[in-house]
Design a protein around this ligand. Structure first.
Ligand code: ZN
Length: 369
């Protein structure tokens, strides 16, 4: 090592000294390899260049000759020339570097392979997660239920509760309508106070019945509540029965109070004389289903009422989907007369649009004395 440092010092100084002559013999074929491996290219480059270009026969030249030739080998001048030959010399003379390069290349290849594996695994995981999310999302998709119901067939009353979960009450309720009204408790029921008046109206054939919307300001007062008339519509035959007896038709007048409570007034229809208010409705029936006719004349709901005002009352439900309960039913005892021609008119449109009677389930029925 001491000798090597000396050599380095000599080369760097580019000065030939007495010491150089002592070092020269070290740069010989036998000593070159250990030196080059220890010293580095820049240091021994010049020397190697000299020895390799020197004919083998001249290698054992005298110290003087070697010194003379080596003297101009200043790093500044020799470096470019030596640099051109360096790779060959290095490759030939540096198996460790070669091995290191091979190892580095192998490591780089392994690293690249590993990175590719990691990337592929991440991609596969991402795809699997997305697929799982997609599969999980399918059952969560909101199911669309039918809103189609009818009075007969597959969509008939027996299946209403199965068609749409929102209509569950049609199957599970215990205050459903209509009922067969019997075993009523005769009491002094308060008189229903009707505040009906001539009102604007329109008539719609809604595909289930003929429905009449009535203008604001028609009230029914009962049980300290004030219910406003919203609409009335028809069923054939009557949905309600009284002591097992059915009627040819019924009119349902739907009222609501300010809190949304519903009071349903039912007027049973039987064959008899012509009914003027019903005739007004028939006169204004639209020509097409789902159409609405809004005449300029007025209709007085009071004209629909029977002369006597005794009634049955009980709690029930709407008699069509969603069959919501909590409805106050008021069924007038006296039927209203309608002419056979007026009955026939409706039966041509709707020969059957009535829900069958539902269990009373022990509910209390009160009736006027
Ligand atoms: Zn009804």
């Amino acid at each position: 090592m001491r000798l090597l440092l000396t050599l380095i010092a000599c080369c760097c100084c580019a000065a030939v000294s007495a010491n150089d002559k002592q070092v020269d013999p070290l740069i010989s074929p036998s000593n070159k390899t250990p030196l080059s491996s220890l010293a580095g290219a820049r240091v021994y480059g010049g020397a190697v260049g000299l020895t390799t270009t020197t004919p083998a026969g001249k290698a054992p030249a005298s110290s003087k000759e070697a010194t003379d030739k080596e003297a101009p080998a200043k790093p500044a001048k020799e470096a470019p020339a030596a640099g051109g030959r360096k790779p060959a010399a290095e490759a030939a003379s540096d198996p460790e570097a070669e091995l290191s390069a091979k190892i580095a290349a192998r490591l780089a290849a392994m690293r690249a392979t590993q990175q590719a594996r990691v990337a592929a695994a991440a991609r596969a995981k991402k795809e699997a997660t997305a697929k799982a999310a997609k599969v999980a999302a399918v059952p969560e998709a909101p199911k669309v239920y039918s809103n189609v119901w009818s009075y007969e067939g597959e969509a008939g009353p027996a299946n209403w509760a199965k068609i749409n979960p929102a209509w569950a009450k049609c199957g599970t309720g215990n205050r459903q309508s209509p009922i067969d009204i019997r075993d009523g408790m005769k009491v002094d029921l308060e008189q229903i106070d009707f505040e009906y008046r001539p009102s604007s109206f329109n008539v719609t054939d809604n595909g289930k019945t003929v429905q009449v919307m009535v203008g604001r300001g028609n009230y029914l007062n009962v049980g300290n509540r004030m219910y406003e008339l919203v609409q009335f519509h028809f069923h054939r035959p009557s949905e309600e029965r009284v002591n097992g007896k059915g009627y040819e038709m019924v009119v349902h007048l739907v009222h609501k109070d300010a809190e949304g409570h519903i009071a349903m007034l039912a007027l049973l229809l039987e064959r008899g004389k012509s009914q003027p208010a019903i005739q007004q409705v028939w006169n204004n029936l639209p020509l097409e289903k789902m159409d609405t006719m809004a005449p300029s004349e007025t209709l007085d709901p009071m004209d629909l009422l029977p002369a006597r005002r005794e009634y049955f009352t009980f709690m029930g439900s709407m008699s069509e989907p969603p069959c919501q309960e909590g409805v106050l039913w008021l069924v007038m005892k006296e039927p209203v007369q309608v002419s056979p021609a007026q009955m026939a008119f409706f039966s041509r449109l709707y020969p059957y649009n009535a829900r069958p009677v539902q269990p009373s389930s022990g509910r209390i029925i009160k009736e006027s004395n």
